[in-house]
Design a binder for this molecule. Structure first.
Ligand SMILES: Cc1cc2nc3c(=O)[nH]c(=O)nc-3n(C[C@H](O)[C@H](O)[C@H](O)COP(=O)(O)OP(=O)(O)OC[C@H]3O[C@@H](n4cnc5c(N)ncnc54)[C@H](O)[C@@H]3O)c2cc1C
Length: 456
């Protein structure tokens, strides 16, 4: 039986381990945390909302333990403001199938125990480079899924595929409860995205906490120096909640009433920091010359803006597992590692492309799409062309191959609008502009805009 070692018990390492155990491989997972450490001493590494394509792999591996209890996210409710105070447009799109964000600590603890029950081995140690040499020598393949832990430096950045050389946002995640599970103005449970053209984004994700169940992961993506950039010097979760409330009151006032009583879910359920989004080499070379392979955040770091990092790791784990199985008895060597990553990149490079587009000012084709979908309500009985475009936009988070190219190409954007509305593109563009213009006039007159999904 082929032996495979995996370093790291996050989402990516554990999915790879389970995929391989299911296929009959001899798997040893090395983790610097025990299940108890995850549950009692750790921060979640992110919100990790996963969409249907990713959840599908978890179902296939028998790891979807929380599907009946966790909040099922039904759509995206986006509010776009070129500047705070100018609410230009809303979008309410529905997913075909729900998304879920499960506390990664609960997930790692349970999936590690599952792995042992199903025949895998788990060893607890913080793997160093000399130890990685021993592990690589003793196994047919060694996979490093250590997130941005120190050993990720074995995998150099790939300049040609990395758009950034410094962090694009200053991040804060505060996981809370006390808010109701939904919003006035919509009958779906959405991720609520607030985009501010000049200062960053603030979004609220329905989240499932390890002990307390339903809650919200509140994320702030601040551009430096702007009104969201307020979390420097925050040293406790309680403080992060208070700063978050203040930021919402000043910048996202339409959501303040909803969250003014929110409370921190536990002393570890928050994060503040920043990192550079980048694509790294799939192959790492140890001092001896032995080769190891990267998966998940070790291979690619994505800014949380598009909720893609865990989804990316999940999709990558599936490609890697399938490629190991397809390789049968041949060597799992460097050329094979590179081929495996290229087949992943070929199908899923849109993840990186879409995610990074969200970090940039909206493109002109993107504006056309946003205008054409204006009027979407997210209601199941809304069969309008505008609603279809909004639904497709939501579905693009599940599979960014769907419409990312339309954000970059006006011809494609207009063809998509015509296809979804069943009318010439310019009709939707004109109708959207008129309706948005009307709300701009209301705001100029000092009145609140009557956008779909907004209740004042
Ligand atoms: C604020 C925020 C919000 C996010 N929201 C989303 C979202 O909504 N949707 C989404 O898809 N993604 C999201 N992400 C990204 C997502 O959380 C990550 O992409 C994902 O959790 C990474 O999983 P991973 O297994 O690759 O790495 P990790 O979760 O970092 O796991 C790596 C594990 O390896 C262990 N380890 C490290 N070094 C060693 C060592 N030497 N020896 C042994 N073990 C080691 C670590 O302790 C850790 O347990 C978000 C990220 C952030 C920061």
């Amino acid at each position: 039986m082929r032996s495979i070692a995996i370093v790291g018990a996050g989402q990516a390492g554990l999915l790879t381990a389970h995929g391989l155990v299911k296929a009959g491989y001899d798997v040893t997972l090395f983790s610097d945390k025990t299940p108890e450490d995850f549950l009692n001493k750790s921060r979640p590494t992110g919100t990790a909302a996963r969409f249907d394509m990713s959840l599908d792999y978890e179902r296939e591996l028998g790891l979807d333990h929380w599907a009946d209890e966790a909040p099922a996210g039904e759509g995206i409710h986006l509010t776009f403001c070129p500047t705070p105070g100018n609410i230009l447009v809303t979008l309410l799109g529905r997913f075909e199938k729900p998304f879920m964000a499960i506390d990664l600590r609960l997930q790692s603890a349970r999936w590690m125990n599952d792995l042992v029950e199903r025949g895998g081995t788990v060893e607890y140690e913080a793997v160093t480079i000399p130890r990685l040499e021993e592990i690589a020598a003793a196994n047919d393949l060694t996979i490093v899924a250590a997130g941005r832990g120190d050993i990720h430096k074995l995998f150099p950045r790939v300049d040609a595929r990395s758009d950034y050389s410094k962090p694009q946002r200053k991040l804060a995640m505060v996981n809370t409860n006390g808010q109701k599970m939904g919003f006035d103005g919509t009958d779906m449970l959405p991720v609520k995205f607030n985009f501010f053209g000049d200062s960053g984004e603030a979004f609220w994700v329905p989240w499932f906490h390890k002990d307390k169940g339903h809650g919200w992961s509140m994320l702030f993506e601040a551009k430096e120096g702007g009104p969201l950039d307020r979390f420097d010097g925050v040293t406790s979760g309680e403080q992060a909640v208070e700063v978050g409330k203040q930021v919402i009151k000043e910048t996202v006032p339409w959501d303040y009433e909803w969250c003014k009583d929110m409370e921190l879910l536990d002393e570890n359920s928050w994060l503040v920091g920043k990192f550079t989004p980048e694509v790294r080499e799939i192959v790492g070379t140890l001092p001896s010359g032995a080769k190891v392979m990267s998966v998940g955040d070790t291979a690619m770091s994505l800014d949380p803006i598009g909720g893609q990092g865990a989804n990316n790791g999940n999709k990558m784990a599936r490609v890697v597992v399938d490629s190991i199985i397809a390789r049968e008895d041949l060597n799992l060597d460097e050329p094979w590692m590179r081929e495996t990553f290229e087949s992943f990149w070929d199908r899923h490079r849109y993840i990186n492309l879409f995610n990074n587009l969200l970090l940039e000012p909206l493109t002109n084709p993107g504006k056309e799409l946003l205008i054409a979908q204006y009027g979407s309500t997210g209601r199941t009985d809304n069969a309008s062309g505008a609603q279809k475009i909004a639904n497709m936009f939501s579905e693009n988070f599940n599979d960014p191959k769907l419409m990312t190219e339309a954000f970059l190409d006006m011809k494609k954007a207009r063809a998509l609008i015509a296809e979804q509305t069943g009318k010439p593109w310019w009709r939707a563009a004109l109708a959207g502009r008129l309706a948005i213009g009307k709300q701009q006039v209301r705001q100029k007159l000092g009145k609140a805009p009557n956008h779909p999904g907004m209740v004042h």
